[in-house]
Design a binder for this molecule. Sequence first.
Ligand code: NDP
Length: 322
Amino acid sequence: MSENKRKLIIIGSGPAGYTAAIYASRANLKPLVITGIDMGGQLMQTTDVENYPGYPDGIMGPQMMDDFRKQAERMGAEIKFGHVTKVDFSDPMNHKCIVDDKEEFIGETIVIATGATAKWLGIESETRLNGAGVSACAVCDGFFYKDKAVAIVGGGDTAAEEALYLANLCPTVHMFIRRDEMRASKVMQQRVFDHPNIKVYWNTETDEVLGEKVVEAVRVKNNKTGEKTEIPIDGFFVAIGHKPNTDLFKDILDMDHEGYLITKADSTVTNVEGVFASGDVQDKIYRQAVTAAGTGCMAALDAERYISAKEFELSQKQNAAV
Ligand code: NDP
């Protein structure tokens, strides 16, 4: 095998990518993990992770990703810091990945684990107070605001689901919707309207999150009347959608209308032979570290089986030729 060729290249270094690396290393595939710019993925932006099994006292997101990386390395994975800027998947068993526009690596198989990025409102205070009361994941961080007042922005299924999740922990959930209707499915809307702890504000946009060191309140503006209101809160959740990191694979891999990679049912198989997808890049429903890790494991097993089948096929051909 040439110096730049590997049996498996994993693109991405979140829970999906590192779990794929651990499984693939144990199957002796000697995988190369190309980390991406945000090495460690979305968990690098979080503080305490309390819902990942195996950490009874919780763990900081960056520490957890460091543990994942160390475990992958100990099993034999090679980690390369860099960003894949171009791919060419036209030659089966020779999938090309160009790193930082200069270095080429070839994988017999590829696992894509490039994740998704939460969309933000783009206001200054949201960035400044990120991790200090501002969050884009209620399931990850909601528990820290148990019995406190919180606010959530968004009117889609994610916002509805997260508002309901928060409403079971918090006495008041202020929900800001920028139009006079919600995008969420009717059944989810009804659950939101029926919950006594959720207060819906229509035509309402966030002006600024307030607080010096931690979130203390939010100032919202009614976009019909122009009226501004300050509401005391402890947690501010943004749930206005995610963008899967799939620009690199446009016109190569099948995606849905939002850009999520499409995999065959009960597998991580994409429409291109030898290319597998795992984690948030192909999951818009669950989006949890533990589910991403689960599909990372599946992708490594799918890649290993694919390689074994190819090697068997090749040995049969060679035997027939003798
Ligand atoms: P969506 O794109 O469906 O909804 C985004 C919401 O955020 C909309 O209400 C949108 O408002 C609002 N929004 C967008 N930008 C801003 C902004 N700058 N300021 C204020 N509000 C803003 O994203 P979701 O993450 O909710 O859902 C993504 C997909 O995943 C959907 O297809 C959804 O059905 C699916 N999903 C399914 C689930 C399930 O089946 N259990 C659970 C979660 C998601 P507007 O409507 O005005 O554009």
